[in-house]
Design a protein around this ligand. Structure first.
Ligand SMILES: Cc1ncc(COP(=O)(O)O)c(C=O)c1O
Length: 414
């Protein structure tokens, strides 16, 4: 018996890698600190919307659905009216162009799993939310990373993208606005990225979880789902060589969205994929049968309420972010000798740098231990140098910043 137990323990140790996915460094970091630290100065979501306030925003129809809700399984593709509401975020899309997932994370997992296999190639920006590249690799694809550089204002270099593309490139994946830098391509660059994807017959995938948090709304880009494919009505005459003709040959683009960030409702775990590629959506729907089958019923109704009241929801969330960015402008002006950042153009996070010759991992660890304020070191994004992720979606930012400032003064003098 004893011998048998020992044998089981040895086998149970799993000395082999149990899965092809490496640890998700940011999520492992949060597993350690997120619910222990007093203040998250590195969170990427906006201050969670209070449930009572959301219910107070409900229109009559969604309130009726909420009050009469039965906790059974829901429709696998997502509540039809929720899909219609999500589709209305995009030009020219309908409910059937949307599939609901449990968070953007499930959407990424499903998309890579059905789009990529051994022998395929994908291009993903770096740094990035880890799953965007890692799940692609786990699916068997080779992944080329395109570096976003601080010296270039974290902007993507389209020439590098063009050079990275191969005959077997299936996906080109960007994140606009970008985690962790807050970078956002200008319209001309974004159009060029889409052009590269089109010429390569690759699919343009845009992770848009921070969409609507562009500091200047005029900087909002077209959605990935609005790019590529044919916007031409069936049967309409298309002149050979015209831009419309070129678009007609391109794969429809993909948007990844979620309620977590710009809509400030991460706890709903409602995300989605929007695309005019129905064949891709069918494959995704079949994949989802092996993950969550369907989304949470209560969450779908709450997401419906929120999206129907999105002007109000986004106005509150944008006000928090923009108010905090103004505070950060003052902070970086005061702390110019010690911290530096490329001012983000959108989203709720940035990627500043500690200028002192002091390891950033140590700085972050000492900061949270002494003050309760959590910053995420750049190492969780595999980023070289002394970068750290700073989140500005939370209402306690003024207090967290004050603690950071006095900690920095104690540590470095000044
Ligand atoms: C760029 C990006 N994509 C996807 C996700 C996943 O979103 P969710 O956790 O809401 O599924 C995140 C979360 O931080 C993110 O930053």
């Amino acid at each position: 018996m004893v011998e048998g137990t020992g044998r089981c323990r040895t086998i149970g140790k799993l000395e082999r890698e149990p899965m092809r996915l490496p640890d998700f460094a940011l999520e492992r970091f949060f597993a350690r600190w997120e619910f222990r630290a007093e203040m998250l100065l590195c969170a990427s979501d906006v201050e969670g919307w209070p449930m009572a306030e959301l219910l107070a925003l409900a229109d009559e129809d969604s309130r009726r659905r909420w009050d009469g809700l039965r906790l059974g399984y829901t429709e696998s593709p997502g509540l039809p009216d929720l899909r219609a509401e999500i589709a209305s975020l995009y030009r020219g899309l309908s409910a059937d162009d949307v599939l609901v997932f449990s968070g953007a994370e499930e959407a990424i997992f499903a998309l890579h799993s059905v789009s990529l296999a051994a022998g395929d190639h994908a291009v993903v920006v770096r740094p990035a939310y880890q799953s965007l590249a890692e799940v692609a690799r786990a699916a068997g694809a080779e992944v080329t990373r395109i570096d976003l550089r601080e010296s270039a204002g974290w902007r993507l270099d389209v020439a590098e993208l063009r050079a990275a593309v191969r005959p077997n490139t299936r996906l080109i994946l960007v994140n606009e606005p970008h985690n962790p830098t807050g970078g956002l391509s200008d319209r001309a660059t974004f159009d060029e990225i889409a052009q590269v994807a089109m010429e390569a017959c690759a699919r343009l995938v845009v992770d848009e979880v921070y969409r609507y948090l562009e500091f200047d709304p005029d900087d909002r880009l077209p959605a990935g789902a609005e790019m590529g494919g044919s916007n031409v009505a069936p049967g309409a005459a298309v002149a050979p060589g015209s831009a419309a003709n070129a678009r007609a040959g391109a794969l429809p683009g993909v948007s990844i969205g979620v309620m977590s960030k710009s809509f400030a409702m991460a706890g709903l775990r409602i995300g989605w994929i929007a695309t005019r590629d129905r064949e891709l959506l069918a494959r995704l729907a079949a994949f989802k049968d092996y993950t969550t089958i369907c989304a949470s019923g209560p969450s779908e109704i709450l997401a419906l309420m929120a999206l129907r009241a999105r002007e109000t929801v986004l106005a509150r969330n944008r006000a928090i972010v923009l108010g905090n960015v103004a505070r950060l402008d003052d902070f970086f002006a005061r702390q110019g000798g010690l911290f530096e950042w490329v001012r983000p153009r959108g989203g709720s996070i940035g990627f500043p740098r500690l200028l002192a010759d002091y390891p950033i991992d140590r700085f972050c660890e000492e900061l949270v231990t002494e003050t309760g304020v959590l910053l995420a070191p750049g190492s969780v994004f595999a980023a070289a140098g002394n970068h750290f992720r700073l989140g500005f979606g939370r209402t306690n930012l003024p207090e967290a910043l004050a603690r950071l400032e006095s900690f920095a003064a104690r540590t470095f003098g000044g």
